[in-house]
Design a protein around this ligand. Structure first.
Ligand SMILES: [Fe+2]
Length: 396
């Protein structure tokens, strides 16, 4: 990331910085990797440590099915209008492992009456449908359809949607979500051959400072619970901050595709990295231009990773039966590839309008109980023309 500042800060850190009534502003260093990673310094009107009361701890988290078995999975969520009432209750984890959890979220309610803090994971919110703002102590950050909103852990926030319907893909990450290391120089700047640059990364643009006394609830997610913390002041009580750690938005439409004469492998689509997984963006692009090129992907055996694709827009030429809002999981240990007939059909195609988000993990992903209602039972057999149905009895 890069250095940003918003609002008022003193010329030197850890020095006296006084409010109009002569009280000190309360400095808070928000740091990662202990004191070795990126950090920001915030200046509060109230001590961030002052709690009014600690409320209940509410159980919160998916039921992961660890023994689902080795199968290609298609979760068709295209028909889903809503997955629940508000932002937290409507987040449904569908696939998970210890490195990341992949959810859909289609809340009915457009406003949140509380703040939320994920104390154990960074979050990437891909806005498939909807428009609104992320409100956090770092300021207001507007987002729209096609944005990835990246929220480092412990950032207190709420989402406000201006329009619906709202449909989000959320990736919760046990490790920090970062830009791709091979695209950065030794001082962290994005290199010339990177498919995006700092200009495409949108930090919070407007500080919101709430000075009054009023009760606020922050629901803090940690270790399978939402812990309800009550405060007598707003968490939006900053007069300024600076540093490298802040939430940001990046539009998938600002990802510049890398193309070639022959089929380019998935790493050219990589957008973010986490520990043991990557996030990639498949965006509208010209197809391969070798005279004998085959635009459809080749069959592929990933010997040490699971591949998830979330199909956002366009026509997915290598897949039949896939709709807007489908997820496919092609696990390591099984080859996957284009559906019958799609390879020949792709020859001569000049461009694609497809838009998809891919999450590749090095550790196996497992579906959850919430995923079961979306399972397309015929998918494992979908490469066999006129094939028989999948025999669940023989499935482990
Ligand atoms: Fe693949």
């Amino acid at each position: 990331m890069f250095y940003q500042r918003l609002g008022k800060i003193p010329p030197k850190r850890h020095t006296q910085f006084r409010q109009p009534d002569n009280n000190l502003y309360r400095e808070e260093v928000v740091s990662s990797r202990g004191f070795s990673g990126i950090y920001s310094i915030q200046y509060h009107i109230n001590p961030p440590t002052r709690i009014k009361s600690v409320g209940k701890a509410e159980k919160y988290g998916p039921k992961v099915l660890n023994e689902y078995g080795l199968k290609h999975i298609h979760l068709n969520t295209s028909g889903v209008k809503t997955t629940g009432d508000d932002y937290l209750s409507s987040r449904k984890v569908l696939l998970a492992n210890s490195d990341c959890a992949i959810s859909i979220c289609a809340p009915q309610r457009r406003q949140m009456h509380y703040f939320y803090k994920n104390a154990e994971g960074d979050e990437v919110v891909f806005v498939h449908d909807g428009r609104g703002s992320l409100i956090s102590p770092f300021g207001k950050l507007d987002f729209r359809k096609g944005d990835y909103v990246v929220i480092p852990r412990t950032v207190i926030y709420k989402l406000e949607f201006d329009e619906g319907p709202v449909r989000l893909l959320i990736i919760e990450s046990a490790s920090p979500v970062e830009t791709v290391k091979r695209y950065r120089n030794e001082l962290g700047q994005l290199l010339e051959h990177a498919p995006y640059c700092e200009r495409d990364i949108r930090p919070p643009h407007e500080l919101i400072t709430e000075t009054g006394k009023a009760e606020h609830i922050i629901k803090i997610k940690k270790e399978g619970f939402l812990h309800h913390y009550h405060y007598d002041h707003s968490p939006l009580d900053l007069v300024g901050w600076d540093g490298f750690l802040w939430p940001y938005a990046f539009s998938i439409h600002d990802f510049e595709p890398i193309t070639g004469r022959i089929h380019q492998p998935p790493p050219v689509h990589q957008t973010f990295q986490g520990h043991n997984y990557v996030i990639c963006s498949f965006v509208p692009r010209l197809f391969d231009y070798h005279p004998l090129s085959i635009p459809a992907p080749y069959n592929h055996s990933n010997i040490d990773s699971d591949e998830v694709l979330y199909y956002a827009e366009g026509n997915f030429m290598s897949r039949k039966g896939i709709e807007r809002g489908s997820f496919t999981l092609h696990p390591g240990g099984l080859p996957h590839g284009p559906h019958p007939g799609t390879v020949e059909k792709s020859i001569g195609a000049k461009a694609t309008e497809e838009l998809a988000v891919m999450i590749d993990t090095f550790r196996p992903l497992h579906p959850t109980e919430d995923a079961m209602e979306f399972v397309d039972k015929n998918y494992p057999m979908s490469w066999s023309e006129g094939g028989e149905s999948f025999n669940e009895v023989n499935a482990p």
